[in-house]
Design a protein around this ligand. Sequence first.
Ligand SMILES: NC(=O)C1=CN([C@@H]2O[C@H](COP(=O)(O)OP(=O)(O)OC[C@H]3O[C@@H](n4cnc5c(N)ncnc54)[C@H](OP(=O)(O)O)[C@@H]3O)[C@@H](O)[C@H]2O)C=CC1
Ligand SMILES: CCCCCC(=O)/C=C/[C@@H]1[C@@H](C/C=C\CCCC(=O)O)[C@@H](O)C[C@H]1O
Length: 341
Amino acid sequence: MVVAKKYVIQKHRSGLLQPEDVKIVEEELPELKEGEFLAQAHFISIDPYIQYLIHDEEKHPVGSTIPGTQIALIYDSKNPKFPIGKYIYGNFGMRTYTIGPLKDDDPYGMPPQYILPDFNSYPYSYGLGILGMPGITANKGFLGLCKPQPGETVVVTTAAGAVGSVVGQIAKIKGCRVVGIAGSDEKGKWLVDVLGFDKFINYKRPDFAKKLKDAAPDGIDCYFDNVGGEISSIILSQMNKFGRISVSGSISAHNVESGEEPKASIVQRHLVLRQLKMEGFMVTRWRDEWFEIINQNLQWLREGKLKYKEHIVCGFDNFPKAVVDLMTGANTGKVILNVMG
Ligand SMILES: NC(=O)C1=CN([C@@H]2O[C@H](COP(=O)(O)OP(=O)(O)OC[C@H]3O[C@@H](n4cnc5c(N)ncnc54)[C@H](OP(=O)(O)O)[C@@H]3O)[C@@H](O)[C@H]2O)C=CC1
Ligand SMILES: CCCCCC(=O)/C=C/[C@@H]1[C@@H](C/C=C\CCCC(=O)O)[C@@H](O)C[C@H]1O
Protein backbone atom coordinates (compact mmCIF):
# COMPACT_ATOMS: atom_id res chain seq x y z
CA MET A 1 0.00 0.00 0.00
CA VAL A 2 1.28 3.48 -0.89
CA VAL A 3 0.66 6.49 1.35
CA ALA A 4 0.68 9.82 -0.49
CA LYS A 5 1.36 13.14 1.22
CA LYS A 6 -0.42 16.23 -0.06
CA TYR A 7 -0.58 19.90 0.89
CA VAL A 8 -4.01 21.28 1.67
CA ILE A 9 -5.06 24.84 2.47
CA GLN A 10 -5.61 25.45 6.15
CA LYS A 11 -6.00 29.23 6.34
CA HIS A 12 -6.56 32.07 3.89
CA ARG A 13 -4.75 35.38 4.17
CA SER A 14 -4.08 38.42 2.04
CA GLY A 15 -0.33 38.63 2.66
CA LEU A 16 2.61 36.34 1.96
CA LEU A 17 2.00 32.62 2.58
CA GLN A 18 2.99 31.47 6.08
CA PRO A 19 3.82 27.82 6.99
CA GLU A 20 0.65 27.55 9.13
CA ASP A 21 -1.56 28.42 6.14
CA VAL A 22 -1.01 24.93 4.72
CA LYS A 23 -0.70 21.45 6.16
CA ILE A 24 0.40 18.03 4.98
CA VAL A 25 -2.31 15.36 4.92
CA GLU A 26 -1.64 11.66 4.32
CA GLU A 27 -3.82 9.63 1.99
CA GLU A 28 -3.75 5.83 1.44
CA LEU A 29 -3.88 5.08 -2.26
CA PRO A 30 -5.90 2.11 -3.56
CA GLU A 31 -4.46 -0.73 -5.67
CA LEU A 32 -4.01 0.19 -9.33
CA LYS A 33 -6.84 -0.74 -11.68
CA GLU A 34 -6.37 -1.73 -15.33
CA GLY A 35 -5.40 1.38 -17.33
CA GLU A 36 -3.95 3.24 -14.33
CA PHE A 37 -0.41 4.20 -13.30
CA LEU A 38 1.23 5.35 -10.08
CA ALA A 39 3.46 8.44 -10.34
CA GLN A 40 6.08 9.39 -7.73
CA ALA A 41 6.78 13.14 -7.59
CA HIS A 42 10.46 14.10 -8.04
CA PHE A 43 10.26 17.82 -8.82
CA ILE A 44 7.44 20.26 -8.09
CA SER A 45 7.05 23.61 -9.86
CA ILE A 46 6.71 26.66 -7.62
CA ASP A 47 4.77 29.30 -9.56
CA PRO A 48 3.42 32.76 -8.65
CA TYR A 49 -0.23 31.66 -9.05
CA ILE A 50 0.21 29.46 -5.93
CA GLN A 51 0.58 32.56 -3.76
CA TYR A 52 -2.38 34.14 -5.51
CA LEU A 53 -4.72 31.23 -4.88
CA ILE A 54 -4.33 31.32 -1.10
CA HIS A 55 -6.28 34.60 -1.25
CA ASP A 56 -9.17 32.90 -2.96
CA GLU A 57 -11.39 31.28 -0.37
CA GLU A 58 -14.20 30.60 -2.81
CA LYS A 59 -12.28 28.64 -5.45
CA HIS A 60 -9.78 27.08 -3.02
CA PRO A 61 -11.60 26.34 0.27
CA VAL A 62 -9.92 25.09 3.45
CA GLY A 63 -9.04 21.40 3.01
CA SER A 64 -8.60 21.59 -0.78
CA THR A 65 -5.35 20.28 -2.28
CA ILE A 66 -3.03 22.99 -3.56
CA PRO A 67 -2.88 22.82 -7.36
CA GLY A 68 0.39 22.62 -9.23
CA THR A 69 2.52 20.73 -11.68
CA GLN A 70 5.32 18.24 -11.23
CA ILE A 71 7.80 15.92 -12.88
CA ALA A 72 7.17 12.38 -11.68
CA LEU A 73 8.54 8.89 -12.21
CA ILE A 74 6.13 6.17 -13.29
CA TYR A 75 6.58 3.89 -10.31
CA ASP A 76 3.99 1.25 -11.17
CA SER A 77 1.71 0.86 -14.14
CA LYS A 78 -1.18 -1.06 -15.63
CA ASN A 79 -1.21 1.21 -18.68
CA PRO A 80 1.20 0.51 -21.59
CA LYS A 81 1.10 4.19 -22.62
CA PHE A 82 2.72 5.08 -19.27
CA PRO A 83 5.44 2.44 -18.75
CA ILE A 84 7.31 1.97 -15.45
CA GLY A 85 10.56 3.97 -15.36
CA LYS A 86 9.46 6.83 -17.65
CA TYR A 87 9.40 10.43 -16.42
CA ILE A 88 6.24 12.42 -16.93
CA TYR A 89 4.95 15.92 -16.46
CA GLY A 90 1.70 15.93 -14.47
CA ASN A 91 -0.81 18.54 -13.35
CA PHE A 92 -1.18 16.53 -10.14
CA GLY A 93 -1.06 19.21 -7.43
CA MET A 94 1.23 19.44 -4.40
CA ARG A 95 1.43 15.71 -3.66
CA THR A 96 4.04 12.99 -3.48
CA TYR A 97 2.19 10.10 -5.21
CA THR A 98 -0.66 10.24 -7.71
CA ILE A 99 -2.76 7.67 -9.50
CA GLY A 100 -3.29 8.60 -13.15
CA PRO A 101 -4.19 9.16 -15.85
CA LEU A 102 -6.02 12.37 -14.94
CA LYS A 103 -8.86 13.64 -17.10
CA ASP A 104 -8.23 16.54 -19.44
CA ASP A 105 -10.40 18.97 -17.46
CA ASP A 106 -8.10 21.67 -16.05
CA PRO A 107 -10.11 24.94 -15.85
CA TYR A 108 -7.26 26.84 -17.53
CA GLY A 109 -6.52 24.16 -20.13
CA MET A 110 -3.21 22.89 -18.73
CA PRO A 111 -2.36 19.42 -20.08
CA PRO A 112 -3.18 16.71 -17.48
CA GLN A 113 0.02 14.69 -18.06
CA TYR A 114 2.48 13.69 -20.76
CA ILE A 115 5.63 11.61 -21.07
CA LEU A 116 8.55 14.04 -21.18
CA PRO A 117 10.05 14.56 -24.62
CA ASP A 118 13.74 13.71 -25.06
CA PHE A 119 15.69 16.55 -23.38
CA ASN A 120 19.09 15.17 -24.46
CA SER A 121 21.26 15.48 -21.38
CA TYR A 122 19.29 18.26 -19.67
CA PRO A 123 17.72 17.50 -16.26
CA TYR A 124 14.09 16.33 -16.14
CA SER A 125 13.31 19.32 -13.89
CA TYR A 126 13.77 21.58 -16.95
CA GLY A 127 10.34 20.24 -17.98
CA LEU A 128 8.86 22.58 -15.35
CA GLY A 129 10.84 25.58 -16.59
CA ILE A 130 12.49 26.45 -19.87
CA LEU A 131 11.33 23.16 -21.45
CA GLY A 132 7.81 23.45 -20.06
CA MET A 133 5.05 25.93 -19.20
CA PRO A 134 7.24 28.95 -18.23
CA GLY A 135 9.46 28.49 -21.31
CA ILE A 136 6.38 28.41 -23.54
CA THR A 137 5.00 31.48 -21.76
CA ALA A 138 8.23 33.34 -22.53
CA ASN A 139 8.57 32.18 -26.11
CA LYS A 140 5.02 32.58 -27.43
CA GLY A 141 3.91 35.26 -24.98
CA PHE A 142 6.76 37.44 -26.25
CA LEU A 143 7.18 36.49 -29.92
CA GLY A 144 3.48 35.92 -30.58
CA LEU A 145 2.18 39.10 -28.96
CA CYS A 146 5.05 41.60 -29.16
CA LYS A 147 6.21 40.61 -32.66
CA PRO A 148 9.67 42.15 -32.02
CA GLN A 149 11.74 43.54 -34.90
CA PRO A 150 15.56 43.69 -35.01
CA GLY A 151 16.86 46.93 -33.47
CA GLU A 152 13.76 47.52 -31.36
CA THR A 153 13.96 48.20 -27.62
CA VAL A 154 12.38 45.58 -25.36
CA VAL A 155 11.69 45.92 -21.63
CA VAL A 156 10.93 42.91 -19.44
CA THR A 157 9.99 42.81 -15.73
CA THR A 158 10.84 39.98 -13.27
CA ALA A 159 13.76 39.77 -15.68
CA ALA A 160 15.84 37.37 -13.56
CA GLY A 161 12.98 34.90 -13.05
CA ALA A 162 11.90 31.76 -14.91
CA VAL A 163 9.83 33.55 -17.55
CA GLY A 164 11.55 36.95 -17.69
CA SER A 165 15.09 35.62 -18.12
CA VAL A 166 13.99 33.62 -21.17
CA VAL A 167 12.02 36.53 -22.67
CA GLY A 168 15.09 38.80 -22.52
CA GLN A 169 17.35 36.20 -24.11
CA ILE A 170 14.86 35.48 -26.91
CA ALA A 171 14.70 39.24 -27.53
CA LYS A 172 18.50 39.23 -27.91
CA ILE A 173 18.28 36.25 -30.32
CA LYS A 174 15.85 38.39 -32.38
CA GLY A 175 18.33 41.29 -32.52
CA CYS A 176 16.63 43.61 -30.03
CA ARG A 177 18.07 45.92 -27.41
CA VAL A 178 16.97 44.58 -24.01
CA VAL A 179 16.39 46.35 -20.70
CA GLY A 180 15.73 44.02 -17.75
CA ILE A 181 13.96 45.14 -14.57
CA ALA A 182 14.48 43.17 -11.34
CA GLY A 183 14.82 43.64 -7.59
CA SER A 184 18.55 43.30 -6.82
CA ASP A 185 21.86 44.47 -8.24
CA GLU A 186 23.17 40.89 -8.06
CA LYS A 187 20.38 39.82 -10.42
CA GLY A 188 21.32 42.72 -12.68
CA LYS A 189 24.90 41.52 -12.87
CA TRP A 190 23.73 38.06 -13.94
CA LEU A 191 21.40 39.54 -16.57
CA VAL A 192 24.06 41.77 -18.14
CA ASP A 193 27.27 39.77 -17.64
CA VAL A 194 25.95 36.25 -18.21
CA LEU A 195 22.72 36.52 -20.22
CA GLY A 196 23.78 39.46 -22.40
CA PHE A 197 21.03 41.97 -21.52
CA ASP A 198 22.01 45.50 -22.58
CA LYS A 199 20.80 47.34 -19.47
CA PHE A 200 19.42 46.59 -16.05
CA ILE A 201 17.38 48.66 -13.59
CA ASN A 202 16.77 47.76 -9.95
CA TYR A 203 13.13 48.83 -9.44
CA LYS A 204 13.63 48.97 -5.67
CA ARG A 205 16.00 51.92 -5.97
CA PRO A 206 14.84 55.54 -6.44
CA ASP A 207 14.31 57.44 -9.72
CA PHE A 208 12.98 54.50 -11.72
CA ALA A 209 11.43 56.72 -14.43
CA LYS A 210 14.66 58.64 -14.99
CA LYS A 211 16.77 55.48 -15.05
CA LEU A 212 14.40 53.96 -17.58
CA LYS A 213 14.74 57.05 -19.79
CA ASP A 214 18.53 56.74 -19.59
CA ALA A 215 18.44 53.00 -20.35
CA ALA A 216 15.99 53.40 -23.26
CA PRO A 217 16.67 56.89 -24.65
CA ASP A 218 14.89 56.16 -27.94
CA GLY A 219 11.75 54.88 -26.19
CA ILE A 220 10.36 51.37 -25.77
CA ASP A 221 8.85 49.30 -28.57
CA CYS A 222 7.92 46.09 -26.71
CA TYR A 223 7.10 45.50 -23.06
CA PHE A 224 6.66 42.03 -21.52
CA ASP A 225 4.71 42.79 -18.35
CA ASN A 226 5.00 40.31 -15.47
CA VAL A 227 4.29 42.73 -12.62
CA GLY A 228 1.55 45.31 -13.27
CA GLY A 229 1.32 48.20 -10.78
CA GLU A 230 3.12 51.54 -10.92
CA ILE A 231 6.31 50.13 -12.49
CA SER A 232 4.25 49.03 -15.49
CA SER A 233 2.44 52.38 -15.69
CA ILE A 234 5.81 54.18 -15.84
CA ILE A 235 7.06 51.80 -18.53
CA LEU A 236 3.90 52.38 -20.59
CA SER A 237 4.45 56.14 -20.32
CA GLN A 238 7.78 55.71 -22.16
CA MET A 239 6.53 53.49 -24.99
CA ASN A 240 6.96 54.50 -28.64
CA LYS A 241 4.09 54.95 -31.06
CA PHE A 242 2.60 51.57 -32.08
CA GLY A 243 4.41 49.80 -29.21
CA ARG A 244 3.23 46.32 -28.13
CA ILE A 245 2.65 45.15 -24.58
CA SER A 246 2.28 41.48 -23.71
CA VAL A 247 0.58 41.14 -20.31
CA SER A 248 1.73 37.92 -18.69
CA GLY A 249 1.05 38.55 -14.99
CA SER A 250 0.64 41.00 -12.15
CA ILE A 251 2.88 39.67 -9.40
CA SER A 252 3.03 43.08 -7.68
CA ALA A 253 -0.55 42.36 -6.54
CA HIS A 254 -0.07 38.75 -5.33
CA ASN A 255 1.13 39.08 -1.74
CA VAL A 256 0.19 42.51 -0.51
CA GLU A 257 -0.17 42.55 3.29
CA SER A 258 -2.93 45.16 3.32
CA GLY A 259 -5.24 42.98 1.24
CA GLU A 260 -5.73 45.93 -1.10
CA GLU A 261 -4.52 45.79 -4.68
CA PRO A 262 -1.71 48.29 -5.31
CA LYS A 263 -2.74 51.57 -6.93
CA ALA A 264 -1.17 52.60 -10.23
CA SER A 265 -1.43 55.65 -12.49
CA ILE A 266 -3.99 55.40 -15.26
CA VAL A 267 -2.52 54.11 -18.54
CA GLN A 268 -5.29 54.73 -21.07
CA ARG A 269 -3.86 58.11 -22.11
CA HIS A 270 -0.60 56.43 -23.17
CA LEU A 271 -2.49 53.66 -24.96
CA VAL A 272 -4.47 56.21 -26.96
CA LEU A 273 -1.84 58.88 -27.69
CA ARG A 274 0.86 56.35 -28.58
CA GLN A 275 -1.58 53.94 -30.26
CA LEU A 276 -0.29 51.01 -28.22
CA LYS A 277 -1.47 47.43 -28.43
CA MET A 278 -1.80 45.73 -25.04
CA GLU A 279 -2.88 42.09 -24.83
CA GLY A 280 -3.13 39.60 -21.99
CA PHE A 281 -2.72 35.87 -22.47
CA MET A 282 -2.80 32.48 -20.81
CA VAL A 283 -0.03 30.16 -21.99
CA THR A 284 -2.58 27.40 -22.60
CA ARG A 285 -3.76 29.21 -25.74
CA TRP A 286 -0.71 27.59 -27.40
CA ARG A 287 -1.44 24.06 -26.22
CA ASP A 288 -1.58 22.76 -29.80
CA GLU A 289 2.00 23.97 -30.34
CA TRP A 290 3.30 22.93 -26.88
CA PHE A 291 5.94 20.40 -27.99
CA GLU A 292 7.02 22.43 -31.01
CA ILE A 293 7.82 25.39 -28.72
CA ILE A 294 9.61 23.16 -26.18
CA ASN A 295 11.71 21.90 -29.08
CA GLN A 296 12.55 25.45 -30.21
CA ASN A 297 13.70 26.36 -26.67
CA LEU A 298 15.68 23.09 -26.45
CA GLN A 299 17.43 23.88 -29.72
CA TRP A 300 18.41 27.38 -28.48
CA LEU A 301 19.65 25.84 -25.21
CA ARG A 302 21.79 23.34 -27.12
CA GLU A 303 23.18 26.10 -29.33
CA GLY A 304 24.15 28.07 -26.21
CA LYS A 305 21.79 30.91 -27.19
CA LEU A 306 19.66 30.41 -24.08
CA LYS A 307 21.15 30.08 -20.61
CA TYR A 308 19.12 28.77 -17.73
CA LYS A 309 19.31 28.64 -13.97
CA GLU A 310 17.25 26.89 -11.26
CA HIS A 311 16.68 27.89 -7.65
CA ILE A 312 16.23 24.49 -5.98
CA VAL A 313 14.65 24.06 -2.55
CA CYS A 314 15.04 20.53 -1.18
CA GLY A 315 12.39 18.48 0.63
CA PHE A 316 8.59 18.24 0.33
CA ASP A 317 8.32 19.79 3.82
CA ASN A 318 9.94 22.96 2.49
CA PHE A 319 7.09 23.87 0.13
CA PRO A 320 6.17 27.02 2.15
CA LYS A 321 9.80 28.18 2.09
CA ALA A 322 9.96 27.67 -1.67
CA VAL A 323 6.86 29.86 -2.17
CA VAL A 324 8.31 32.56 0.10
CA ASP A 325 11.62 32.45 -1.82
CA LEU A 326 9.72 32.99 -5.09
CA MET A 327 7.53 35.78 -3.80
CA THR A 328 10.30 37.69 -2.01
CA GLY A 329 12.65 37.48 -4.97
CA ALA A 330 15.22 35.20 -3.28
CA ASN A 331 15.34 33.26 -6.54
CA THR A 332 17.42 33.81 -9.62
CA GLY A 333 15.86 31.56 -12.26
CA LYS A 334 13.13 28.95 -11.92
CA VAL A 335 12.04 27.84 -8.42
CA ILE A 336 11.85 24.06 -8.11
CA LEU A 337 11.00 21.94 -5.09
CA ASN A 338 13.16 18.81 -5.18
CA VAL A 339 10.95 16.26 -3.45
CA MET A 340 13.66 13.58 -3.32
CA GLY A 341 16.42 15.95 -2.15
N1 LIG B 1 0.03 34.30 -18.43
C1 LIG B 1 0.50 33.07 -18.23
O1 LIG B 1 0.03 32.10 -18.82
C2 LIG B 1 1.63 32.90 -17.28
C3 LIG B 1 2.08 33.97 -16.57
N2 LIG B 1 3.10 33.84 -15.69
C4 LIG B 1 3.51 35.04 -14.97
O2 LIG B 1 4.87 35.32 -15.23
C5 LIG B 1 5.41 36.07 -14.15
C6 LIG B 1 6.75 35.47 -13.74
O3 LIG B 1 6.55 34.14 -13.29
P1 LIG B 1 7.80 33.22 -12.96
O4 LIG B 1 8.84 33.45 -13.98
O5 LIG B 1 7.30 31.86 -12.73
O6 LIG B 1 8.30 33.81 -11.58
P2 LIG B 1 9.76 34.39 -11.27
O7 LIG B 1 10.75 33.29 -11.37
O8 LIG B 1 9.96 35.61 -12.09
O9 LIG B 1 9.64 34.79 -9.75
C7 LIG B 1 8.85 35.81 -9.33
C8 LIG B 1 9.65 37.11 -9.21
O10 LIG B 1 8.75 38.17 -9.06
C9 LIG B 1 9.44 39.26 -8.48
N3 LIG B 1 8.51 39.97 -7.60
C10 LIG B 1 7.93 39.54 -6.46
N4 LIG B 1 7.14 40.49 -5.94
C11 LIG B 1 7.22 41.55 -6.77
C12 LIG B 1 6.65 42.86 -6.77
N5 LIG B 1 5.82 43.26 -5.82
N6 LIG B 1 6.98 43.68 -7.79
C13 LIG B 1 7.82 43.30 -8.76
N7 LIG B 1 8.40 42.10 -8.81
C14 LIG B 1 8.10 41.23 -7.83
C15 LIG B 1 10.63 38.68 -7.71
O11 LIG B 1 11.85 39.13 -8.31
P3 LIG B 1 12.50 40.58 -8.00
O12 LIG B 1 13.74 40.31 -7.22
O13 LIG B 1 12.78 41.09 -9.35
O14 LIG B 1 11.49 41.38 -7.23
C16 LIG B 1 10.53 37.18 -7.98
O15 LIG B 1 11.76 36.57 -8.20
C17 LIG B 1 4.35 36.09 -13.06
O16 LIG B 1 3.65 37.29 -13.12
C18 LIG B 1 3.44 34.94 -13.46
O17 LIG B 1 2.15 35.08 -12.93
C19 LIG B 1 3.75 32.67 -15.51
C20 LIG B 1 3.35 31.56 -16.20
C21 LIG B 1 2.23 31.56 -17.13
C1 LIG C 1 -3.39 36.04 -11.06
C2 LIG C 1 -3.08 34.65 -11.38
C3 LIG C 1 -2.60 34.35 -12.75
C4 LIG C 1 -1.50 35.26 -13.28
C5 LIG C 1 -0.87 34.72 -14.51
C6 LIG C 1 -0.38 33.33 -14.32
O1 LIG C 1 0.59 33.07 -13.63
C7 LIG C 1 -1.10 32.30 -15.01
C8 LIG C 1 -0.77 31.03 -14.91
C9 LIG C 1 -1.60 29.97 -15.51
C10 LIG C 1 -1.72 28.84 -14.53
C11 LIG C 1 -2.85 28.95 -13.55
C12 LIG C 1 -3.61 30.17 -13.61
C13 LIG C 1 -4.34 30.75 -12.63
C14 LIG C 1 -4.48 30.20 -11.35
C15 LIG C 1 -5.16 31.13 -10.47
C16 LIG C 1 -5.44 30.43 -9.22
C17 LIG C 1 -6.81 30.02 -9.14
O2 LIG C 1 -7.57 30.77 -8.53
O3 LIG C 1 -7.15 28.92 -9.59
C18 LIG C 1 -1.79 27.58 -15.37
O4 LIG C 1 -2.96 26.90 -15.27
C19 LIG C 1 -1.49 27.98 -16.78
C20 LIG C 1 -1.01 29.39 -16.76
O5 LIG C 1 -1.48 30.03 -17.86
